[in-house]
Design a protein around this ligand. Structure first.
Ligand SMILES: Cc1cc2nc3c(=O)[nH]c(=O)nc-3n(C[C@H](O)[C@H](O)[C@H](O)COP(=O)(O)OP(=O)(O)OC[C@H]3O[C@@H](n4cnc5c(N)ncnc54)[C@H](O)[C@@H]3O)c2cc1C
Length: 658
């Protein structure tokens, strides 16, 4: 259908399930897949198949079959040679719930694997007694592969998903047997029958992807940003919530496959429904571009949001749900914020709000806003914004998001008050995309009335099971009575949800999260709360392995009185303009006064879009800076004199390169 340019580019087989792939120029096809593909696997002590999801070093094991001999090799290990000829111990094992009988590879292999993987395990091989029926498609049998005899992927599909990734991924991550080229991206989703060389196949369905895709195919090391799985969850999500990439094939005839074989689509079927994606293609800067310049480019995208629902979550705490303009879905990381631009009384007022919804549900974005006494914007949103209204927004921005937790597989989400919003975004995302993370959620609220998202959290807990534990500390008036009242509401829900009385302290953390040292901490709440949490983390023994990440919604710090500042002059060198100022005024405000246009988004010192260079003069970080450490600037940038104009105040004459 697409001519002779559609061809097989690569053939790979994986002798050991989850082990290193072996690229070949030609391979014989058997009913169960490529000859020699996944005919061996490692099982744990109970006989369950062990994959790189649990034992990532499996990916480093290279397996070579030479006649009756099998050779295992791995970094730091002497190669082990064993014969597969006289194996006579049968073992009951299981692969994803399928019970099969396989042949045990013996004690020597058991010792070798146990040493390399640092856990007790055995190897089994497929023998004449091993029979595993194919659970999907037209019937037949399958080897120790997860689902089907063969997996096919398409280079054009890879190129398409790489458009959405800062750091592109290689095809090896998807562990395909066949890789084809010459057809449009995701054409394979709609195949029914296909001929490759002289062999015919039935395409039995798209492959739902898991955490294996986040592992480096050479080392088994997990990518800290959970990519490409996180992006597939946003861009290639089916109606069942799974992320799809690649097509399973079952042979209808047998024969030999070669690199270069022509691929002919014989008939088609409706492709799997993929929900509209929310990811935005990455802006690729020339190699000299800095990370913060990239953030600036991305951050300054203004969009219209259309309010489609308003939901009361708790006392004075409301969710505003918006639909983006068609074709302008918002691409964000769970935990990031947007900046709302409101035209109030003839001036544009901006405030930042964390996106409380998850990018895995890309049709809408929500913010959840706490009414602040005397607050201009929070009260306007609560009192005036109606379903049907449109408002402007910038962003998303922010460094406080799930991927920032790095390689940690366990998280402590620690929040107080409205600081729960990024935690909801992260939890919703983890549950939706089934990220293999273990989460301890702890939230401090004054009273039961202030508790938001209770039922949703309990239902996420049901979905995630033991991988999620939920704790609340009630801190207000009669804390014990409040905790009792919440405990009453939790009654009947499963274990793993608990109400406690009093404020967060080391004893509470010890009780709810004794393994803090193995968790990345994501903390959001008022200054006092975060300071306490940081103290507990810093004083923890043994020393925590993963970072403590925090976000402030401000502006506790703004209340601190600042020393008086006298008069000064600010010169903008490139524009040739200058302005006189006095007191605490930001460089951005001064630039606006004289018509010097600087890009800006969050205006809280987080997004980095107003980054500019101070050539000379004295300044200080303004009190409105949500991140006084200015982590969005690299140390090199800081050393060169770069500042964030929105949160930098001159304290004397200053010269700016703008
Ligand atoms: C990155 C980021 C994410 C944020 N996400 C959320 C969110 O998800 N939900 C949410 O409700 N808010 C969030 N905020 C806070 C939000 O931006 C506003 O600051 C808040 O809604 C108050 O704005 P306002 O116009 O009503 O009050 P303002 O008119 O700015 O202030 C009125 C008075 O309230 C005090 N005040 C202002 N903000 C706060 C605050 N957060 N807590 C206590 N006192 C305050 C001020 O000192 C002042 O005295 C976030 C802030 C940041 C920087």
């Amino acid at each position: 259908m697409f001519g002779t340019s559609c061809r097989v580019e690569r053939i790979t087989f994986y002798p050991l399930k989850s082990g290193a792939g072996v690229p070949v120029e030609t391979a014989r096809l058997e009913a169960e897949g490529l000859a020699g593909d996944r005919r061996m696997m490692v099982v744990d002590e109970t006989g369950d198949c062990l994959t790189a999801r649990k034992a990532p070093r499996l990916m480093q094991i290279r397996t070579h079959v030479d006649g009756d001999e099998v050779i295992l090799a791995a970094p730091g290990m002497s190669p082990l040679v064993f014969s597969r000829c006289h194996l006579d111990v049968a073992r009951n094992v299981s692969i994803w719930g399928d019970d099969v009988v396989a042949l045990d590879a013996g004690e020597e292999v058991h010792q070798w694997l146990t040493r390399f993987l640092d856990r007790s395990c055995r190897m089994v091989l497929k023998g004449a007694i091993t029979h595993r029926p194919l659970a999907i498609g037209p019937g037949g049998t399958v080897s120790f592969a997860d689902t089907a005899p063969l997996l096919l992927t398409n280079f054009a599909s890879l190129a398409d998903i790489n458009r959405y990734l800062d750091l592109e991924v290689e095809m090896e991550r998807f562990r395909p047997n066949l890789v084809v080229s010459g057809m449009p991206a995701f054409d394979e989703d709609g195949w029914r029958y296909v001929r490759i060389g002289n062999v015919e196949f039935e395409a039995i369905g798209a492959c739902d992807r898991c955490v294996m895709t986040t592992l480096d195919p050479a080392t088994g090391e997990a990518r800290p940003d959970h990519e490409p799985l996180a992006m597939l969850g946003r861009q290639r999500r089916g109606e069942d919530g799974k992320a799809y990439f690649g097509q399973f094939l079952v042979p209808r005839t047998l024969g030999r496959l070669h690199v270069g074989d022509k691929v002919e689509v014989l008939s088609r079927k409706p492709a799997i429904t993929i929900l509209p994606g929310s990811a935005q293609p990455v802006v690729r800067l020339p190699s000299t571009g800095t990370g913060s310049a990239l953030a600036a480019l991305r951050g300054s995208h203004e969009r219209q949001l259309h309010c489609v629902a308003i939901i009361d979550e708790a006392a004075g705490f409301r969710t505003f749900r918006f639909a983006a303009e068609p074709g302008h879905a918002v691409d964000y990381k769970p935990g990031q914020f947007i900046t709302l631009l409101l035209d109030l009384d003839g001036e544009t007022v901006r405030r930042n709000y964390t996106i409380s919804s998850s990018p895995s549900r890309p049709h809408y974005i929500s913010v959840t806003v706490k009414r602040v006494g005397g607050g201009r914007v929070s009260n306007w949103l609560h009192n005036t914004l109606k379903v049907g209204d449109r408002i402007r927004s910038l962003g998303p921005n922010g460094r406080f998001h799930l991927a920032a937790a790095g390689a940690a597989e366990r998280l402590l989400l620690l929040s107080a008050g409205s600081g729960i919003t990024p935690m909801m975004a992260m939890l919703r995302f983890i549950a939706d995309t089934n990220l293999p993370l273990d989460v301890c959620f702890h939230h401090s609220a004054r009273s039961v009335e202030d508790i938001a998202f209770l039922h949703e959290l309990l239902s996420i807990r049901k979905q995630m099971g033991d991988r999620l534990k939920l704790y609340w500390n009630l801190t207000g008036g009669d804390a014990a009575a409040q905790a009792d009242a919440l405990a009453g509401k939790l009654e009947g829900s499963e274990h793993g949800a608990l109400a406690l009385a009093g404020r967060l302290d080391a004893a509470v953390v010890q009780a709810v999260c004794p393994d803090l040292a193995e968790r990345a901490v994501l903390c959001c709440g008022p200054d006092g709360f975060r300071t306490k949490a940081r103290e507990i983390y810093e004083g923890w023994s043994p020393e925590p392995e993963f970072p403590f990440l925090e976000e402030t919604f401000g502006p506790d710090r703004a209340a601190e009185p600042l020393p008086e500042i006298g008069a000064y002059q600010v010169s903008f060198v490139q524009s040739g303009k200058s302005v006189d100022g006095s007191g605490t005024v930001t460089l951005l405000e001064l630039a606006r006064k004289v018509g010097v246009v600087l890009p800006s988004d969050c205006e809280a010192g987080i997004c980095g879009s107003c980054r500019c260079k101070v050539v000379s003069g004295e300044w200080r970080v303004a009190a409105n800076a949500a991140d006084p450490d200015r982590a969005v600037l690299s140390q090199a940038e800081k050393d060169e004199g770069y500042v964030l104009a929105c949160s930098t105040s001159p304290i004397g004459d200053v010269c700016v390169e703008a």
